[in-house]
Every structure is written in C-alpha cells, then in structure tokens.
Design a protein around this ligand. Sequence first.
Ligand code: AMP
Ligand code: ZN
Length: 461
Amino acid sequence: MFLKDTLTRQIKELSREKPFGFYCCGPTVYGPAHIGNFRTFILQDVLRRALELAGYAPVHVRNITDVDDKTILRSQQAGLSLKKFTEQWTQRFLDDCNKLNLLSPHQQPRATDHIVQQIQLIQKLIERGLAYVENGSVYFRVAAYKDYGKLTQLSPENLRTQSTNSAGHVNDVDEYDRDNVRDFALWKAHKADDGDVFWESPWGKGRPGWHIECSAMSMHYLGETFNLHGGGIDLIFPHHENEIAQSEGATGKPFVRHWFHTTHLTVDGKKMSKSLGNLYTLEDLEKQGFSTDSVRYLLLSGHYSQPLNFTLDSLGAAQSALSRIEKFAHKLLEHTRTELSQINTSPTFPFTQWNVFKPTWEAIQNDMNTPQALGELFSSLPQVDLDTPGLIHEFRALLFLFGFKMAAPQSAPEAVLQLAHQRWQAKQAKDFALADSLRAQIQSLGWQMLDGKDSFNLVKL
Ligand code: AMP
Ligand code: ZN
C-alpha cells in the first residue's frame, strides 16, 4: 500500500513492520457526530479494510475523548455526571458506526480510563526537562524540544499560538501561568468551573490536557513507535504536533512512521462543523430516506486529500450509483445460484485473487484513490463475464473493501412506480408544483424518490 505521509509530504509505501499499529483520534463525545466526522472515520475504515486485504494484519485503535472543556461544560448543562453524559454520546457514536458498517477497532480506549498512563508520561517529560509545574498545572516547554513544528512544517516562531479544533478544544488561551505562550498544558489544575471532575496527581487535583490523552493511549496499546496515525487535517496543528513532541520527547524514539490526514467535508465551501452549525447527522439523512450505504458511498466519492462538498443532490446520485452495484449483485447471485449472505461476509485475509476488479484494488493501493476506484468499478461492471472463475470471492472482497452491504431485491409497487414516472416528467417539464405534490403522494405510500442526474431511484421509507 502506498499512501501520502503528512510528515514527509511524500507518497510512501506503508511499513511492513509488525505488529502494524494504526491509531485514529476518535470523537469528542458531547453530542452526535456529524457526517463530516464520519468522512474521516469512513476513510480510516476503508484504509483498515485495505490493510486487512493486503495482509498487513493491522491493530486498530480509536479512542474516545471523554474529558475536555466541552464535555465538562455540556454535562453540567445537562445536569448529568461527566461519566453518564459521555457514555450516552459514546453509545450514540457506536450505534452510528454500526449503521455505517464501520469495522470495530480492536481497542476503543476512553481517556478517563487511562489517567495513570497520562500521569506517568507527564512525569517522564518533567524528568527530561521538557515540562514544568506552575500552580498545580503542568506545561510542555516548547523551546526545550528542538523538533517542534516538524509535522506542521512551520518554524516555531510562525506557529499559531492558539487554535481551536473541530470540537472547540482551545489551546489553553486563558492560561497565563505559562512561561511562554507557545507552551501547552499537559495537566490542568482543578478550577471551580470543573465541578467534581478531577483526578489526584503528584501536582494536586486536576485533569489531563487533550493532547496527552492520545500520546498516552496510543503508546499504551501500540508501543512507543507504531506504523500509522490518522485524523482530520484540523488535527495536524496543534494536536498531532503536540503528540509528537510529548511522545518523542518522553521516549527519545520516533513516534509514528506514517501520518494519514483526511481533508474536510464542506457545506457551501465551509467546513462542516459543530461550531458553524452547518451539519448533518446520520439521523437527519436517514429521516429523509437516504440509506446509510449511500452516505458511505458519498463520503468515499472524493479523494481524501481534497475537500468534498456535501449536497443532498449528490447523496441522491450516490444512492443511484449504489443501486447499480446492487443490480449487478442480484444478477450475479441469480446466475451463480448463490445466497446473499455469501457476499455480505468478510473474505479470508490476505486476499490476492484480484482479477476483473484489479483496477479498483490498484486505485486503492495507490494513495487510497477512492473516487478512481469507484470509477474503475463502474467501468468494469458492464463487461464482467458472470462465469469468471472465483468471481463470487472477488466480489465479496470488493464489497468488503468499500464496506457496502447488499440488500435483497425489493421493488416498489406498480402504483408507486407510475407516480414516480409522472413526477420525473413533471420535474423535467419544470412543473415544480406538480412534482412536489407527487413527491408527497409517493411519500405517503411509504417510498422516497431520490433524483440522480439522469434517473431516479425509489427507496422504502
Ligand atoms: P472531533 O469529535 O471534533 O474531535 O472530531 C473527530 C474527527 O473528525 C477528527 O479526526 C476530526 O479531524 C474529524 N473532522 C471534524 N470535522 C470534519 C469535517 N468537516 N470533515 C472531515 N473530518 C472532520
Ligand atoms: Zn488524538
């Protein structure tokens, strides 16, 4: 597998070093994840799937950030303990992951279950002269760490001193105890606002900073050096820059061999985010009749290194494209007298018998080019000879790669089909009033009409 590495800015072959540790920064659990977050998690999931197929046997860890400024504030507003509050949102996240058919990571550590490891890491940094205590808080001394800025590729002077990530983690702008504004908190002394959220530490009551959580959990599960670390591009600075400084500062060893950053899902050109309020959750889209597979498809239809703009029209097109794959699946199953369950299961790893779908696999191997891979798939489908030996196995591996689940054939009743054709014609004739009333009629019959560019698709509500 070849993939661009953010640190070197090069497309590099992934390390064959075993075990293959793959750490992904997980969600901050104070509300539902939006589909922008899921762009990142789904791309990481397809990469995980590709690694499985290619025989890397990845060990996948994705954490849950269940303590930070936002989770504390929101739990207080909800009148719930931090634990109860974050558990509720963690469960919702995992439910959404299931619906989107994301493979479960091998470990899903919660930050609050790893306070001991975080304290130990901070102690090491103090011993090594890279951190200092000030009024019960501990700060990383950026000036003492010469490699600071290597991921961001900016000189330390030019690095922004404050930054907010998608979850609104503020880089401690309100703390004036630091020797230098660039220094960031590893441990935050307890404040009245934190209420009952604190842990005992050698520096008194307090809680960890966000960055130390990921350094501690990733190294705890994957070792001091591991192969691959992922997150959205908003995490490059300061979060991942700080993770490198903390981890390499404490161990003196390289932290991560390959950095994988995914570009944002946007709406009207602006990043989809909680703070801008321009977000869609999976639930919003399901309520409108879109299948979770179509959300998955849409989020894979752009290359991870480019922004992808979200529209409901493109989701309709994704659903139509998926139905073409599904039609092929039904034809193949009928032709080979195979049960549906045979193609919806995982193949055995590694999978090496790529044949008719080889161009799709090669596009994935070459810097996770998911749009090209889907394009190649659609070029292959009409030409596939259904008698090709091993085709069922290969198609199963292909579905596994993208994480699509095929459903049994289900067609709309004749009455609904007729209304749908009438509506399509009304829309072509720009009679939008008639088109809208027909859409409502179709909906009242339990079907949703999704418009692609040249055709429509009917989905059961
Ligand atoms: P958060 O829960 O906000 O800490 O984010 C979880 C993951 O989603 C991180 O890897 C973020 O970088 C990523 N992320 C946040 N917003 C977007 C977006 N609009 N598009 C893609 N990834 C995002
Ligand atoms: Zn992280």
